[in-house]
Design a protein around this ligand. Structure first.
Ligand code: SF4
Length: 330
């Protein structure tokens, strides 16, 4: 591992000032340290933000929820407010990693974690456009059964990696907003604008600018508290990333769907929200017919590769199952 300097920040200004000078933020370290050990990440200095006052979780005046970025994944998943008002978020977090990792990993770090594409994770193994734009994509010509079926970048900057976070998929369905502070001040980023598709910059995972620190995630009031579900499908039941996941929310009044949310995970470089499928559900009676129609719409336009066409069928069936579980929850 490359030698680096370490500084524990005591104020937000201190942290942001250090990052403006080139330091990388460090909190739980559950992803960054692994990548530093293998030489994928090589920061000269780390600024530890674990002592900052970023661990508040409370209801907002509008009836939503403020989640401090420094909270552990476990703290969020097990919070009574989250479990009752945003159950799909709790389910999503608890489906990821292990208890030990969830106890260390933070909300901010979860959002900033990098793809687990094996060709990205191991510089000895292959070229990788995400590590070194223009070098090529090892996965495109190699093993890619777990890779993207939506939003991949073609051509010279090919990248077919998927984002690994479960939490982010639920946050996408819940219309979260991510608050960041950086050298140029503070701003709020809707979650669906937070992640970047590879396009011509595969090295970028998010729209967070250099030096910006996630300070909180805010959720609006949810109508999916009673009927929300996170379904994760993977090769083994624990400690595995999603082949496909679905965050589904339904608001049903008098036997009619009044609003719906459907976001897919494991299929793209960002949580894949499908507004067309949601619009199709609104006004319909909840049931197999409506859910099947929404599922067909959700996978329309998928561009599978030679090894991952199964994901299209898997995503289709998972949407139906997640919607069915959400509808049956109340
Ligand atoms: Fe790198 Fe993306 Fe290709 Fe994986 S899919 S090898 S991350 S360019």
């Amino acid at each position: 591992m490359k030698t680096f300097t370490y500084h524990r920040a005591v104020t937000l200004d201190d942290a942001v000032g250090r990052a403006a000078g080139g330091a990388r933020y460090y909190a739980g370290g559950t992803n960054l340290l692994d990548l530093m050990k293998t030489g994928v990440e090589n920061p000269d200095s780390l600024v530890d933000v674990g002592s900052l006052d970023l661990d508040s979780l409370h209801a907002t005046e509008s009836g939503g929820l403020h989640i401090g970025s420094g909270l552990s994944n476990s703290a969020v998943a097990n919070d009574p407010l989250v479990r009752t008002s945003y159950p799909m978020l709790s389910q999503a977090i608890l489906s990821g990693a292990t208890t030990q990792i969830r106890n260390m990993a933070t909300v901010g770090g979860n959002l900033m974690q990098r793809t687990r594409c094996p060709y990205f994770m191991d510089p000895e193994l292959s070229v990788c456009n995400k590590r070194d734009p223009g070098s090529g994509c090892g996965a495109a010509k190699g093993v890619h059964r777990e890779h993207a079926i939506f939003g991949a970048a073609p051509g010279r900057h090919t990248c077919i990696a998927v984002h690994p976070s479960d939490m982010a998929v639920a946050l996408a369905a819940l219309d979260a907003v991510v608050h960041v502070t950086g050298p140029a001040g503070s701003r709020s980023i809707p979650i669906n604008d937070f992640f970047a598709l590879p396009a011509d910059q595969p090295q970028r995972d998010t729209t967070v600018a250099p030096g910006e620190l996630i300070t909180a995630v805010e959720l609006p009031p949810s109508t999916f508290g009673e009927r929300g579900w996170y379904l994760k499908v993977r090769d083994r039941h624990s400690y595995a990333f999603a082949l496909v996941s679905v965050a589904a929310g339904l608001d049903i009044v008098d036997g009619v769907i009044r609003s719906a949310a459907v976001a897919l995970g494991g299929v793209a470089a960002k949580p894949w929200r499908v507004p067309a499928a949601e619009a199709q559900l609104v006004g319909a009676a909840p049931g197999p017919e409506a859910f099947a129609a929404a599922a067909r719409t959700a996978v329309a336009g998928a561009e599978p590769l030679s090894q991952n066409a199964f994901k299209v069928t898997l995503a289709h069936n998972s949407v139906i199952r997640a919607l069915t579980r959400a509808a049956a929850r109340a």
